[in-house]
Design a protein around this ligand. Structure first.
Ligand SMILES: [Zn+2]
Length: 138
């Protein structure tokens, strides 16, 4: 374990805390890398101005201005609030290599990022689970 991970673990919620606080579905996504059913997420059509944070630890992840309608069935963003907010990991679980997105503070699974955000300023599509995010309108 690197120093960086040790430091973040000190401020991150424990697995026991998360089991108590999160619903079973939220826990499955955040801690077991499950994927919510497409078109089922309650943040899919959220279009108010505000901030999206990690549901496990409150780490700010996305601003509403980077959310776009990708048509994929999950809330999609073309950029993170700050590249240090997330960790990107190779994921070979479905055969094709994908890039997993995790919260840099608590290491919870958030979703995946794909290079097919056509027409966006970055060309990236951060495909997130609604269950992994808290939205705060402002
Ligand atoms: Zn987190």
């Amino acid at each position: 374990m690197t120093n960086e991970r040790a430091a973040s673990a000190a401020t991150a919620p424990t697995d026991d805390e998360l089991r108590e606080r999160l619903t079973a579905a939220e826990y499955a996504v955040l801690r077991e890398a499950a994927t919510e059913r497409a078109w089922s997420g309650e943040l899919l059509d959220e279009d108010r101005a505000g901030l999206y944070a990690c549901k496990a630890c409150g780490n700010d992840l996305f601003v509403s201005g980077t959310k776009f309608d990708s048509g994929c069935g999950w809330p999609s963003f073309f950029d993170v609030i700050d590249e240090s907010a997330v960790r990107l990991l190779p994921d070979l679980s479905l055969g094709d290599e994908r890039t997993e997105v995790r919260c840099a503070r608590c290491d919870s699974h958030l979703g995946h990022v794909f290079p097919d955000g056509f027409g966006t300023p970055t060309g990236d599509r951060y495909c997130m689970n609604s269950l992994a995010l808290d939205f705060e309108a402002r």
